[in-house]
Write a protein that binds this ligand. Sequence first.
Ligand code: PMP
Length: 415
Amino acid sequence: MTSVMQRSDAADRALRARAASVIPNGMYGHQSARMLPPEFPQFMVRGEGGRVWDADGNEYVDFMCSYGPIVLGHHHPKVDAAAAAQDQLGDCQNGPSPVMVELSELFVDTVGHADWTMMAKNGTDATTMCVTIARAATGKRKVLVARGAYHGAAPWCTPVKTGVTAEDRAHLVYFEWNDTESVRAAVEEHADDLAAIVVSPFKHDARVDQEMVDPVWARYLRQVCDDTGAARVLDDVRAGFRMAFGCSWDTIGVQPDLSAWGKAIANGHALGAVLGNDKFRDGASQVYVTGSFWFAAVPMAAAIATIHALRDEDALAAMERAGQRLRDGLAAQAASYGIGLRQTGPVTMPMVLFDDDPMFERANLWSGQAALRGAFLHPWHNWFTCAAHSDDDVDAALRATDGAFALVRARFGAD
Ligand code: PMP
């Protein structure tokens, strides 16, 4: 790994200059480095295991894992082999490949509530399909969501309302996470028109401490849906396969009717999925949802290999081990510098925030300096561990964060 002094960002700066004239804002969406401290690169060139390299050849321990999709590590050999073999046969064809049936069977065998599956490309496709299926099945319109939760970038759910009409979101109703009374109030107001309640497995909103779900509240949501016929939708796009080998709420024994998947299911290949139970099979069979690339076979072959490897290699245990080692190391470092640090969420998807940091000044300095020292750690979004993160990777990241903590301490003092 190059030292801070040896690092160059010339290639990244040249690419940014070219991008500025041919890509709006030079880049958009969650991967825009404009959302990150200035020390971060915009352009990435390759990844291997738990590490990635930017356009200047700088190496990072990768604790963003492409914002979730890389669950086994970059270039997992079995996933690569399965994808390459399928690519030899065909990818984007006139009809789905047999691997679509095989993958659907594997999902149904793996995820408790699932009786059927539908494939798409992105998590937003999957959450949007869940809402559409719920409305088709119930004939109702209202969709209840937790305030501040992210379910994708379509007009019905994007957090940024520019270019979106009020009508696009007319039937969204908000409640507060883990708050039974706010759900009760929303349900009472819309009891006759309730299509779905959509929640993520835990509160993983950006910029705030993460909150695990209260099982009593989760069971209450289940009960409301049983009583009203609305669909219980679990948005497992971000957390899927990082909390359980199955639906994330298997951990608390509460089953959804529909679940939305994306990110980790194909270890970086483009694939989203909706899984549903028999109650919603008829609704699912009525909606018209499709896309030119949705049925591409390579990502499905990659997903089959990913799901087998997740099970055969006990990937969740490896992710937890890396996450715990990182959490323990960061806690010890913060304590040694007298810096208040809050680490919330599952260890496989940690959110790390500084005390007394409302404008994220400490976080930005710290994660920018960690990036310069070879650790890719977001200042205000949850991170992701993958099964390829070795003790060496974690320890290399901790060497980077130690230097970053020292600079935070020098600039802001101890708490
Ligand atoms: N739901 C959740 C919980 C997510 O985290 C995301 C992506 N961050 C989405 C939906 C949308 O997924 P995609 O970006 O693949 O459309």
